[in-house]
Design a binder for this molecule. Structure first.
Ligand code: NAP
Ligand code: ZN
Length: 367
């Protein structure tokens, strides 16, 4: 089918829509400003959600400024936001799991092909045809791209919606569906726990959740930070030790001692210095996604048969497991609540490593 024919086919099947207030970037240099998006009216399997809170992930900033141009170029206008907590206001006729009034969450994916081997294994974050991202992904129903959670509402297939306990702090729960699961999943996969020495690199949104989870799983946790003023917080959040990474002397005593290191850093930095801290057969996993490739010395992997790996978010099943684990253990993110009009200021503070430890937008401010 030609592009034009495909577009016509989409047009023909276009469901009814309704307008929703949002905040968008119009270009990589513009500030965030009011914008109206069209949401599809719920299909039989859809849930319509009134968004109460949306966390600000550093990925929002990378995407808004088109820093991942080579991998995921940004289509403007761009409405970011994939740490969504809200209330169900409408359900389609075939929805089984949710009813009006339920508190739910939506993370960074709203669909996948559901048929590939990875989807069938419950790992739809690795969908072989790429999951549909909550924003800046091709919109299968309306054409164009998807719009994220910096908005008053969103409509999502129930299979991609998560249940949230209404007994938890809802604003502090929003970051769990990205910062939380992105650290929970690799820590579980590489079996961080009792008797293991685990390093977390960077104390931002992801890093502070990584510290909380590694501690909750029973590991001995060392936090690496470029910000000496975060030391007391890191210890309070659960780190057993803090290393100021600007001071290479502090690294020496940790050489060859770590079972696992989780790197959450959002900007260019040296990986080899961390690899040298791994024990034999240890693994360092990247979840931080700087725009530029990082050089790695082969010798830092060869000696000690070390592994360098990556991890993306987590599957829907594991995300629900993580939310239930957090509700049970009383774990939420440490947040700074902001109004939606303050998003640009929040982005500037992210770039200065000045977030304690996740900004969350109170959507009531979107008038
Ligand atoms: P964030 O809140 O801004 O935290 C990043 C932290 O990295 C900073 O607070 C800082 O911690 C450290 N850092 C920043 N620049 C650095 C530099 N040049 N050298 C060393 N350390 C530096 O960001 P976030 O929301 O946690 O996201 C972190 C990264 O993960 C982003 O790239 C984001 O896109 C990515 N991400 C990936 C996934 C995935 O599925 N893999 C999911 C979500 C986000 P200190 O002050 O402690 O040094
Ligand atoms: Zn995110």
């Amino acid at each position: 089918m030609t592009d034009a024919a495909q577009q016509t086919a989409i047009e023909r099947q276009k469901p009814q829509t309704f307008p929703a207030k949002a905040f968008a970037a119009q270009s990589k240099t513009s500030t965030m400003a009011p914008f109206t998006v069209q949401r599809r009216s719920p299909r039989p399997e859809d849930v319509q959600i009134q968004i109460l809170y949306c966390g600000i992930c550093h990925s929002d900033l990378h995407q808004v400024r088109n820093e991942w141009e080579g991998v995921m170029p940004t289509v403007y206008p761009c409405v970011p936001g994939h740490e969504i907590v809200g209330r169900v206001v409408k359900t389609g006729s075939a929805v089984k799991k949710y009813k009006e009034g339920d508190v739910v969450a939506v993370r960074c994916m709203v669909d996948s092909d559901r048929t590939c081997a990875n989807c069938r294994a419950g790992e739809e974050e690795f969908c072989e045809s790429m999951p549909t991202f909550t924003y800046n992904g091709p919109d299968k129903f309306l054409g164009g791209v998807t719009y994220g959670g910096y908005s008053e509402s969103i409509v999502v297939d129930e299979e991609f919606v998560l249940r949230v306990s209404d007994k938890t702090n809802l604003a502090g729960t929003a970051p769990l569906v990205c910062a939380g699961i992105t650290t929970y999943s690799p820590l579980r996969h590489w079996k961080a726990g009792k008797g293991q020495k685990v390093g977390i690199v960077g104390l931002g949104g992801l890093g502070h959740m990584g510290v909380k989870f590694a501690k909750a799983f029973g590991a001995n946790v060392v936090l690496f930070t470029t910000s000496p003023n975060k030391t007391a917080d890191a210890l309070r959040l659960g780190a057993d030790e803090v290393v100021i990474s600007k001071n290479p002397d502090e690294f020496k005593k940790h050489a060859n001692t770590f079972n696992f290191i989780l790197d959450t850093v959002s900007a260019e930095h040296d990986l080899s210095i961390y690899l040298s801290l791994l024990k034999m057969d240890g693994t360092m996993t990247l979840v931080g996604a700087p725009n530029k490739p990082a050089p790695v010395s082969a010798f830092s992997l060869i000696f000690g048969r070390r592994s360098l790996a990556g991890s993306a978010i987590g599957g829907i099943r594991q995300t629900q497991e993580m939310l239930d684990f957090c509700a049970d253990k009383g774990i939420t993110a440490d947040i700074e609540m902001i109004k939606i009009q303050e998003v640009d200021k929040a982005y500037e503070r992210l770039l200065k490593n000045d977030v304690k430890y996740r900004f969350v937008i109170d959507m009531a401010s979107l008038k």
